[in-house]
Design a protein around this ligand. Structure first.
Ligand code: GLP
Length: 638
């Protein structure tokens, strides 16, 4: 019999293990897989593994490779079946899952080639049904899946079983959801290049595995994880159908657990420690739930909604309300760099020194203005020495069409000016050739990437100039991991860290603004944040750091809990309009997709997020603003 559930788990219909970091979780699962393989192989039996692609399992694969190399773990007795493959992609395509699996795992272990099974994206249409049946039969004749590893898509899909897939579905051809194709757009350099169909194992196929482990990292998965774990099983959210599996667990990191009741409203599921942040979280939740401003909450509101404990410990409501109201009020400031000569005991930022040296570290062009375009302008207007450093060129995010247009512009100009130098025309010719070849994401497309970098630089300059930042205060450090890498496959090395540390040492900032702490660890923003974290740790003892505060914003689609906000900077309607204008300068980043319901451009997302935050404060009875940008203080010494 299973041990009784803890209070926290009672709302959860799936066994969830929350681990602080993706690395630790992946190592734990790799250890379990190794033990399974060894135990079965000692009995002369094979182990049948169901494998997944995407960035989520990459750490697991890295760890399995390490175990193979360092502890002699052998895969000779392992048979693998992959979940899915894009339909229409040959194995050689840079985005094919066949290629992905070979690059990330198979090429580095001793798994016999004949034991590898990945759905074939090139089967002719007429043969798909028969092919899929054979795939199922092969799984059965191998003995069935012993362990299936899963990731999860933002639509709640597993494999490529999109919403609407039935519990009994088997391996088949499916049509990809709009959101899924949008999420894959970056990998394929534009949504137009993302295949429309895929072959995937069915939900029934997955449920037949003897054990299933689903992995998820980062805040972008938090909502879908909470729905899959706490909601009723429903075909509109395929991962929720896993609830019916007898041996299933979700292994997720803190950020992906962020929307579970045990994290968001832990007082509803058990005793909590009433830290100041927790009290704020609870009261913010109560006020929103009852649609009342904080100062109007009464004792009964607390006691009737699971907060009797808080009331006994820190009540009555009257005093509690005032305390929290003031705390929230004090996060709001029109002076993000501190207000000179003002009493700063209750302000988010200190008044001195003034002006401050402010460093905005942006993972790529546009992340800066999306997250803090309004605050940036304020900092400049209030006289701070503000420098924006773009860590990467962002060239991977430029669609080929934009590069082609830029190349033709150069060619036309050379012609107009009767420029006889061969340098420009050779450059244009190289760009044309590389664009003509498939897969311009490849590192060998140096000319294409160069012209794309130039495009993004100029957009960034236009954007920041519109915020009042002059071009000499804008730096591009083009970190090597990005130029060498691909989406979801960035491997920073000590050179990247050195470059970033050099920037910090040169500027010796009093304030650093950045982002990425909550993101999927393989995302660009998270990779950049990790470099910042390491760089700050490395320079911990340098005198400038004693006088430096680090402020983090979040991506445009993230949700903030008011309890996590340490500084909120308000804006008037024209200021919000100017921020949108600044984001709008990143023209190559506008969606190429035909407008569809529910899909938003980055400036729309930022606008919605900033307005929603203002509304949140307003609903709690605080001042009513048009929009707010929020920041969390990061403690580099923790
Ligand atoms: C794709 C794959 C899924 C994967 C999902 C999430 O859609 N077919 O198997 O779980 O992406 O990808 P990631 O792990 O990169 O977030």
């Amino acid at each position: 019999m299973n041990p009784p559930k803890t209070e926290a788990q009672q709302r959860e219909r799936i066994s969830v293990q929350i681990v602080p970091h993706a690395d630790a979780a992946s190592a734990e699962l790799a250890r379990q897989i190794a033990a399974l393989i060894r135990a079965r192989s000692a009995e002369g039996r094979t182990t049948v593994l169901g494998l997944a692609t995407g960035s989520t399992p990459v750490r697991l694969y890295r760890e399995l490779i390490r175990l193979h190399r360092e502890t002699g773990l052998s895969f000779q007795t392992v048979i693998t079946f992959n979940l899915d493959e894009y339909y229409g992609l040959p194995r050689t395509h840079p985005e094919s899952y066949w290629r992905f699996m070979h690059e990330q795992l198979f090429n580095h272990i001793d798994l016999p080639a004949e034991n590898i099974h990945v759905p074939d994206g090139t089967v002719p249409r007429a043969g798909i049904y028969a092919w899929c049946r054979q795939y199922e039969e092969k799984i059965i004749s191998a003995g069935g899946l012993d362990l299936q590893v899963l990731g999860i898509g933002r639509t709640g899909h597993i494999g490529f079983n999109e919403p609407g897939s039935s519990r009994d579905s088997r391996t088949r051809l499916v049509t990809l959801d709009r959101l899924t194709r949008g999420d894959a757009a970056r990998d394929f350099l534009g949504e137009a290049n993302v295949p429309r169909h895929a072959i995937t194992m069915g939900i029934g196929t997955i449920l037949d595995a003897r054990q299933v482990v689903l992995l998820a990292w980062g805040a972008s998965k938090a909502e879908v994880i909470a729905r899959a774990v706490e909601g009723l099983p429903d075909e509109s959210l395929p991962a929720s159908l896993l609830q019916q599996h007898p041996n299933l667990s979700f292994l997720i990191d803190e950020a992906a657990a962020g929307q579970l009741v045990r994290r968001r409203q832990p007082w509803l599921v058990g005793p909590v420690e009433w830290s100041p942040k927790m009290v704020r979280r609870a009261i913010g939740w109560l006020a929103r739930k009852l649609n009342k401003p904080v100062l109007k909450l009464v004792d009964e509101d607390y006691s009737e909604h699971g907060l009797a404990d808080l009331l006994t410990e820190q009540g009555p409501a009257y005093g509690l309300n005032i305390r929290i109201f003031n705390e929230l009020q004090q996060t709001i400031t029109g002076w993000p760099g501190g207000k000179p000569h003002a009493d700063d005991t209750r302000r988010p930022e200190r008044n001195a020194p003034f002006p401050k040296r402010v460093l905005v570290l942006s993972p790529e062009p546009s992340a800066d203005v999306i997250g803090m375009g309004g605050t940036l302008r304020r900092l400049v207007e209030q006289g701070h020495e503000t420098t924006v450093v773009y860590l990467t060129s962002g060239n991977l995010a430029v669609p080929d069409e934009e590069a082609a247009m830029a190349a033709e512009l150069v060619a036309d100009l050379a012609r107009d000016l009767n420029d006889s130098s061969s340098v420009l025309s050779a450059f244009v010719e190289n760009v044309r050739q590389q664009l003509g070849a498939s897969g311009s994401t490849a590192p060998e497309s140096a000319y294409v990437r160069r012209i794309k970098s130039i495009l993004r630089r100029n957009e960034a300059r236009a954007s920041l100039n519109s915020c009042g930042i002059s071009s000499e205060r804008i730096k591009f450090i083009d970190l090597g991991f990005y130029e060498r890498g691909r989406y979801r496959q960035f491997h920073p090395d000590p050179r990247d860290l050195t470059s970033l540390t050099q920037v910090l040492r040169e500027i010796q900032p009093h304030q650093v603004f950045s982002t990425g702490q909550q993101e999927d660890p393989s995302s660009l923003a998270a990779v950049c944040f990790e470099l910042l974290r390491q760089s700050l740790a490395q320079t911990k003892r340098e005198p400038w750091q004693a006088d430096c505060r680090v402020w983090l914003h979040r991506g445009g689609s993230s949700v903030w809990d008011l309890a996590d906000i340490d500084m909120a900077v308000p804006f008037s309607p024209p200021e919000l309009a100017r921020k949108i204008h600044a984001i709008y300068q990143h023209k190559s980043q506008r969606s190429q997709a035909i407008v569809a319901t529910g899909f938003h451009e980055s400036w729309q997302q930022a606008e919605q997020q900033n307005r929603a935050l203002a509304k949140n404060y307003d609903q709690l009875g605080l001042a009513e603003y048009e929009a707010l940008e929020a920041f969390e203080r990061y403690d580099a010494t923790a």
